[in-house]
Design a protein around this ligand. Structure first.
Ligand code: GLU
Length: 461
């Protein structure tokens, strides 16, 4: 390199660094109390420096400033009556973050922890995750600080209907297509879909995804996030001549993502020894009895400790963060954000973990991710690894538009292809931008490029 070339490169580097810093400071100033949102933006920003060195046109187009500000946030009152006739008020949200690649797409979460920071981080992650699937979907997320725990079926119906009455004004098959997330499954989607159609006086099949396959849903949607996570981790293992076969696996959570991650890992020959719920975890050294977990969680709506009633040889512990102290080869955090911190990461590393796959959204803290990378633990980040759910949601939208249904085999084949593709784009982007093998950086860059190009093409506004 000549001296001139070196100084030009340093110049570009400085400009890219300054840009990332400046915009991050701006985001921090604008959202001072939104810790989860700042964590999610920070993780992406850290990966993007090499992109701005190669593509100064993104700086010129103010992509980072624009991409970190939601297109629209809707916040609303949800009033509902319990079985005793008492009135309650919850807060509902829909964050319509980015629509450059398609209609806003993302789940609805019902959980007492829901607030604007959590909604925004989830919607922000969704932009890049959805872009990685290669399907025409933008990023959004919604929810309410409603706690379904302990509520009757009718209370859940009334709450969900009230929530949808307001939500229905802002969504539509070509505008914004919600689905499920924590606390929202097939049943709640059914109530939302019914209420939406009632209010609109029609049948708009593609307005929600995650519907019952008997009433407009896609086969394989329920299994898709968990299966997809395992397919992705399997790709990552294969690249190192490894596999799930004979491995000991821990999967946190016992909801939709966790159950089907366990199922697929078992199908691929792994032994899953632990899972959890928000009260505690079970450790069954003989291997988790998945039929029992399904019965407890999908049918009877019970707590996970009841597992030990049928399997007294299994252990139940209340501190769910200690699930990560169990020795394992592969850990799949599939419960919720920030469930795996630096302390947990230390325990896993000390016990010789070889791979982590994030089934939940942002389950590992930034410090935990750094530690895994320092110790060369294979790491599959959420926005790539858990994209299978939304990918099959987009397939549900396609099937709804065509008014036909694919077989479960067809959906699964497409899901596997999507996950393989995402893995390949992450590896390719990481390589091209100077971080070979780093899937965190690769996922952030590959997702970002797709959205940024569309934003440049669509002009500034
Ligand atoms: N809530 C899921 C996610 O975090 C699925 C979203 C969807 O299917 O739209 O990706």
């Amino acid at each position: 390199m000549t001296n001139i070339e070196i100084s030009v490169t340093t110049d570009y580097k400085k400009r890219a660094n300054d840009y990332v810093h400046e915009v991050y400071d701006l985001v921090k100033k604008r959202n001072p109390d939104e810790k989860e949102f700042l964590q999610a933006t920070r993780e992406i920003f850290d990966s993007l420096r090499p992109v701005f060195i190669k593509h100064p046109e993104y700086i010129k187009n103010g992509i980072l400033e624009r991409i970190t500000e939601p297109e629209r946030i809707i916040q609303f009152r949800v009033a509902w009556e319990d079985d005793q006739g008492k009135v309650h008020v919850n807060r509902g949200y829909r964050v319509q973050f980015n629509s450059d690649l398609g209609p806003y797409k993302g789940g609805i979460r019902f959980h007492p922890s829901v607030n604007s920071s959590i909604m925004k981080f989830l919607a922000f992650e969704q932009i890049f995750k959805n872009a990685l699937t290669g399907q025409p979907i933008g990023g959004g997320k919604g929810g309410a600080d409603f706690d379904p725990k302990g509520k009757s079926e009718r209370e859940i119906m009334r709450f969900t209907q009230s929530f949808t009455t307001e939500l229905s004004k802002y969504i539509g098959p070509d505008v914004d297509v919600p689905a499920g997330d924590i606390g929202v499954g097939r049943r709640e989607i059914g109530y939302m879909f019914g209420q939406y159609n009632r209010l609109k006086g029609g049948y708009e099949a593609g307005v929600f995804t995650g519907k019952d396959p008997n009433h407009g849903g896609s086969l394989g949607r329920k299994e898709a996030t968990g299966y997809g996570t395992v397919y992705f981790v399997d790709e990552m293992l294969k690249a190192k001549n490894l596999s799930f076969k004979g491995k000991t696996v821990i999967v946190s959570g016992s909801g939709n993502v966790s159950i089907y991650a366990m199922e697929k890992a078992m199908q691929l020959g792994a032994k899953v020894v632990a899972c959890s719920d928000s009260d505690g975890y079970i450790y069954d050294r003989n291997g988790i009895d998945l039929d029992l977990v399904k019965q407890l969680k999908e049918v009877e709506n019970k707590r996970i400790w009841e597992y030990t009633k049928e399997h007294p040889e299994a252990e139940y512990h209340e501190d769910r963060s200690k699930i990560w102290s169990i020795k394992c080869d592969i850990a799949l955090p599939c419960a919720t954000q920030n469930e795996l911190d630096e302390i947990a990461a230390h325990m896993l590393v000390a016990n010789g973990v070889i791979a982590i796959g994030e089934g939940a959204n942002m389950p590992c803290t930034l410090e935990a991710i750094d530690l895994f990378q320092e110790h060369e633990v294979l790491f599959a980040p959420a926005k790539a690894a858990n994209a299978g759910g939304v990918a099959v949601s987009a397939m549900e939208m396609s099937q709804n538009s065509m008014r036909l249904s694919w077989t479960v085999e067809e959906v699964d084949e497409r899901l596997q292809a999507v996950m393989k593709n995402i893995y390949a784009s992450c590896i390719d982007a990481a390589e091209r931008f100077g971080h070979p093998g780093n899937i965190v950086v690769g996922a952030n860059i590959a997702g970002f490029l797709k959205v940024a190009d569309a934003m440049v093409a669509h002009g500034i506004n």
